[in-house]
Write a protein that binds this ligand. Structure first.
Ligand SMILES: *[C@@H]1O[C@H](CO)[C@@H](O)[C@H](O)[C@H]1NC(C)=O
Ligand SMILES: *[C@@H]1O[C@H](CO)[C@@H](O)[C@H](O)[C@H]1NC(C)=O
Ligand SMILES: *[C@@H]1O[C@H](CO)[C@@H](O)[C@H](O)[C@H]1NC(C)=O
Ligand SMILES: *[C@@H]1O[C@H](CO)[C@@H](O)[C@H](O)[C@H]1NC(C)=O
Ligand SMILES: *[C@@H]1O[C@H](CO)[C@@H](O)[C@H](O)[C@H]1NC(C)=O
Length: 384
């Protein structure tokens, strides 16, 4: 026990030192004073101040989404984002700049997966968030490690990253989402039953080990195994991205999933994020003054997509219990899970992430879609 305690203390002190180096104290104080992101943080340090001032004055965009929705309750209604489609233009210069800066922290092409050459069966891996705990590289996992990056030499003009917020329900965004060149989804979210709103196309989908438990009942029966297999088979050819070494606890679930994939020769391209990915992504945002605890899958995907995509469109990102028009919004579009980010035990800081993405939306670096998709207008394809 004392060893554990000492390690924890050491980890904490290291973190503290990093934070102090990265921040100046004034910024930290402003953070806790809950000031709107656009004034507080410099999401892109290279964005000139006059540009930010102009976007602050735009009444159609997000300002001041509260830090703690619990505390502010329904007052987040009215401050919510209305991402007016007409007011958004893609800023290619900024987007290129962000790609360059992200590359200083990680190379998404490489960090998206551990490759076969770097590990062998029986190797011991420390979990990223539970350093004391280890797991062994199994034969199945080894077999399913890619030999080359699944994103090698890929570059797409328009990508969609689909979050799982209930904001997608009744959005009719399915066709628009599917019109993108590359579609990224999170946590093996179901699509068939919701395709009108979320689309079907999937080029990359993430799967946290907990999904096997939560959405597929730990594969307890043949029926659940079959459902799980069916979901995987429907991915035919896509990348299945499994953060297997993040936190202790999921190793059995990962093994079951991998065995099914091998035994049934499911046509997915498995990928396992590098051990340094999360810290690198967090480091990138920290140096841009965004103090996230642990990035969500959505933010991870955005950060990595900057490498592979010219224009990035986000759908289904909405971490608030009320929508832009004050209507209740489900946490996930497909289940009954409740909001957790308000609890201090949650590792994620979703409202902060959302404010950050909103700022980037205003600056034209990415596009956040939070409303209904206008089928008549169709997606904007007129940008060159
Ligand atoms: C695009 O972003 C760059 C870099 O932040 C900035 O200098 C430029 O003014 C922006 N362009 C427009 C049209 O906003
Ligand atoms: C992991 O590998 C080590 C060394 O090969 C072995 O002693 C240990 O039993 C393995 N643990 C598990 C859970 O397989
Ligand atoms: C979606 O629309 C249907 C039919 O109009 C309605 O019953 C349902 O409550 C709506 N769901 C949401 C989340 O708005
Ligand atoms: C897989 O695709 C088929 C055909 O599109 C569909 O009927 C089925 O519901 C899908 N299954 C899952 C689990 O998504
Ligand atoms: C939310 O705001 C809209 C208009 O902005 C208003 O019509 C609605 O009544 C508000 N809802 C709540 C719960 O405050």
């Amino acid at each position: 026990m004392p060893l554990v305690f000492r390690s924890l203390l050491f980890g904490f002190l290291t973190l503290l030192v990093v934070l102090l180096i990265v921040d100046d104290v004034a910024e930290v104080e402003k953070e806790s004073a809950n000031i709107g992101l656009s004034k507080k943080t410099n999401v892109h340090q290279l964005v000139p101040p006059h540009r930010k001032a102009a976007s602050d004055a735009d009444p159609t965009v997000t300002t001041n989404i509260p830090n703690d929705v619990n505390r502010h309750g329904p007052s987040c209604n009215g401050t919510a984002a209305k991402h007016s489609p007409s007011s958004w233009t893609f800023n290619k210069t900024l987007s290129n700049l962000i790609r360059k800066n992200v590359l200083r922290f990680l190379d998404p092409e490489r960090d998206i997966s551990i490759l076969k050459g770097t590990l062998k069966p029986g190797d011991i891996v420390h979990y990223v968030f539970d350093r004391q705990s280890t797991t062994n590289i199994s034969e199945d996992l080894y077999r399913l490690l890619p030999t080359a990056s699944p994103m090698k030499n890929q570059y797409h003009r328009r990508c969609a990253i689909v979050g799982n917020s209930g904001i997608l329900l009744n959005s009719s965004c399915g066709p628009e989402i599917d019109s993108h060149d590359f579609v990224i989804r999170c946590n093996l979210a179901p699509v068939e039953e919701y395709s009108q709103d979320v689309g079907r196309r999937t080029n990359l989908v993430t799967m946290n080990p907990s999904v096997v438990q939560r959405a597929f009942q730990d594969l307890v029966s043949d029926e659940w195994k079959e459902r799980f297999l069916q979901r995987l088979r429907n991915l035919s050819g896509s990348v299945l991205w499994i953060p297997a070494f993040m936190a202790k606890g999921g190793e059995e679930r990962v093994e079951w999933a991998l065995r099914l994939i091998r035994v049934h020769t499911v046509d997915v391209r498995t990928a396992f994020p590098s051990l340094r990915l999360l810290h690198a992504v967090r480091g990138y945002w920290l140096t841009n003054n965004v103090h996230i605890k642990r990035p969500t899958t959505g933010l991870l995907m955005y950060t990595m997509a900057t490498r592979f995509c010219e224009e990035i469109h986000l759908y289904g990102f909405w971490p608030f219990p009320l929508g832009p028009h004050g209507r209740p919004v489900k946490y996930h579009y497909y289940d009954t899970l409740k909001y957790q980010y308000t609890s201090s035990s949650s590792p994620h800081t979703m409202p902060l992430e959302f404010r950050t993405l909103s700022t980037l939306h205003r600056q034209g670096a990415l596009r956040l879609h939070t409303g209904h998709c206008d089928l008549d207008r169709g997606p904007q394809r007129d940008l060159s």
